[in-house]
Structure formats: structure tokens, C-alpha cells
Design a protein around this ligand. Structure first.
Ligand code: ADP
Ligand code: MG
Length: 321
């Protein structure tokens, strides 16, 4: 068998081409129940963390989104861009001030954030998806009234909270078989723009769209019982369990809005929320189409994932594997 990469499919390297035809077929057939289960459903994917700043991982992410779309799933991508905003602020010599982990956003900082998110990060994601066909459409929360925002705290400047979302524009794009890619800038009634945490926006959108699942790509293995111990990943947790972890200080920094977003999404009726390691190439495919039990799954109280996801994973809340 040839060990050359398959033409036109750079992610399939020689090691996978070495698989026997039987093994390759078996892998494909194993995905069948998952593909059937998710066909037609909306899955919101928040793209962030390392995956977004590593070109190779970003290309694998685009392939995953295109594959989801190709098997009848309706993906909606929501992205952050904190590191990219920080990098341009540095290049421009603008100092960032942080209060309780949130960047104080004056008018100049908001301009930079909006330029980076809408003009650069969003465009890069759209173009990497559209290398595989013309499917992705980029939009900002300011477009067609998608995200109505309000100031969180005047001391933080133009840092916004989600006041409401109007998913009509997303639904129209999905009805046209397109893939929406959303930058999380929102606007208030006067048109004033605000920068909003992408985790929060993704949850609000997933709830409003009646999404089946929400996936958060991050830069750690998942939710960790000990943030300094990568082997302490919590594989499954319900809302009561999350409240306890929040109260005892297990969750800090960027995990605070992410965990709150998972709670919001599940409370809004999203079947399950998943925090997965964006450093793993093709983590979205692994999470959706295998029973590997990757990352941390957040379920409603007493809930069993409708798809039985995670069955076979120890249910003691901590899975060190
Ligand atoms: P992103 O939003 O791009 O996924 P963030 O930096 O906002 O990334 O959030 C992820 C970070 O949260 C991790 O890199 C980690 O430093 C921090 N964190 C705090 N507490 C925990 C925890 N209990 N488990 C995992 N990560 C945690
Ligand atoms: Mg974050």
C-alpha cells in the first residue's frame, strides 16, 4: 500500500493510510449511529484556546466543521479571540488593564477588539472552512440584531452582557444550508458596540436555537478537579456538581464564564455541554462520532445524555484516564 498522503486530504497522513482496508472501513462504520443520531440537529461549537492560534489545529477544526455539515448536522461556530486582541494591543503599544480577569475596555480597546474579532479572526475561520466549498458566512452580533448587549459594569467600559439574542438571521442561514461563524460583538439599542465573552454568547445562542449540543474547545483537558493536575479531569458532572465545584473554588479564571455558560446552556434545554481539549487534532470529530468520552460532559441534574454518551466511563465524577 502506498504511504503517500491521500491527495487533497492533508490531514490523512501516511500512518492512517497504513491501516488495513478492513480497519479503515470499521472506523467509518462505527461512526454510523452517531451520524444518524445527529443528522438534522444544530450543534454549537465555541472555537477558542490554543486551537485558534495554531494553524494546523485551526485547519483540522475547519475540516471537522465541514464534515459535520456534510453528514447533515447544522454547525454554528462562535469564536473568541482574547490572545489575538492582546497581541495587537501590544503591537500598538496600548496597555491593557484587567479587573477580576476582565479586560477594561475603553473606546480605543473596543475598536481594537472589534477589528481583530470581526475583521481578522472571523475572516480566517470563514476562509479556512470555505477552502472546502462555499458554506461559511461570517457575522458579528451587531448584524440583523443578533446579539443585544448591555454594559456589565461602567468601570469595565464596553464589556457587555447578553441582554437577549435574536437568532432569526442564524436560522435563515441554516435554512440555506450555510455555516454561520459568529464574532461576539453585541450592540445596545443606540448602536453602541460591546465586547462580550464568547462562551456566554455561545450558550445564549445554543439555547435560543434549540441546539442538541454545545462544545467548548479550550486549552486544557477539560474541567480539572485540580487545575495543576492534568490527570484530574472530571469526565461527567451535573449542574449540582458544578455548583459545588464553583463554591469550593475549584473553578477559577477563564473557567468561571465557561462553566456558567455550560450551566446556562443546559438550563435552556441544550442536551449536554462539553468542554474538550482543543489541542487534540480533530477533537470535534472524536467527541461527536466516537465513544471515547473526551473532555468534560455537563448534564442536567439526574440527566442521562439522550445518546448515552460516556457510558462505560467511570461515573465517580473523576476519570483519570
Ligand atoms: P478559552 O476561553 O480560550 O477556552 P480560558 O483561558 O478563558 O480559555 O479558560 C481556560 C483556562 O481556565 C485554563 O487554561 C485554566 O488555566 C483555567 N482554569 C481555572 N480553573 C480550572 C479548572 N478547574 N479546570 C480547568 N481549567 C481551569
Ligand atoms: Mg475564555
Amino acid at each position: 500500500m502506498s504511504t503517500e498522503p491521500i491527495p487533497g486530504n492533508p490531514s490523512v497522513d501516511s500512518s492512517t493510510s497504513d491501516f488495513s482496508p478492513e480497519r479503515r472501513a470499521a472506523v467509518l462504520v462505527e461512526t454510523l449511529p452517531y451520524i444518524q443520531r445527529f443528522a438534522g440537529s444544530i450543534i454549537v461549537v465555541k472555537f477558542g484556546g490554543n486551537a485558534m492560534v495554531d494553524e494546523n489545529l485551526a485547519a483540522r477544526f475547519a475540516e471537522d466543521v465541514v464534515l459535520m455539515h456534510s453528514v447533515g448536522i447544522r454547525p454554528v461556530v462562535v469564536h473568541g479571540g482574547g490572545p489575538q486582541i492582546g497581541a495587537l494591543m501590544d503591537r500598538l503599544g496600548i496597555k491593557s488593564e484587567f479587573r477580576e480577569g476582565l479586560r477594561v475596555t475603553d473606546a480605543e480597546t473596543l475598536d481594537v477588539a472589534r477589528m481583530v474579532l470581526v475583521g481578522k479572526v472571523n475572516r480566517d475561520i470563514v476562509s479556512s472552512i470555505n477552502r472546502h466549498g462555499s458554506m461559511a458566512v461570517g457575522l458579528s452580533g451587531e448584524d440583523a440584531g443578533l446579539i443585544r448587549a448591555s454594559a456589565r459594569n461602567p468601570e469595565l467600559g464596553f464589556v457587555g452582557d447578553v441582554e437577549s439574542v435574536n437568532p432569526a438571521i442564524i436560522e435563515r442561514l441554516l435554512a440555506e444550508d450555510l455555516i454561520p461563524v459568529v464574532s461576539t460583538i453585541g450592540a445596545d439599542l443606540t448602536g453602541q458596540a460591546y465586547n462580550i465573552n464568547a462562551d456566554t454568547v455561545a450558550a445564549a445562542l445554543a439555547g435560543a436555537l434549540g441546539a442538541e449540543r454545545i462544545l467548548y474547545l479550550t486549552d486544557v483537558e477539560g474541567l480539572l478537579a485540580d487545575v495543576d493536575d492534568p490527570s484530574s479531569r472530571i469526565s461527567r458532572v451535573d449542574l449540582t456538581g458544578l455548583a459545588a465545584l464553583t463554591a469550593d473554588g475549584t473553578i477559577s479564571g477563564g473557567m468561571i464564564p465557561k462553566v456558567q455558560a455550560c450551566v446556562d446552556a443546559v438550563e435552556a434545554g441544550v442536551g449536554s455541554a462539553h468542554m474538550v481539549d482543543g489541542r487534540i487534532p480533530h477533537v470535534v470529530l472524536l467527541e461527536l462520532f466516537t465513544d471515547l468520552g473526551i473532555g468534560t460532559m455537563v448534564l442536567p441534574d439526574g440527566g442521562v445524555a439522550a445518546d448515552g454518551h460516556g457510558v462505560g466511563v467511570p461515573d465517580d465524577g473523576v476519570d483519570g484516564s
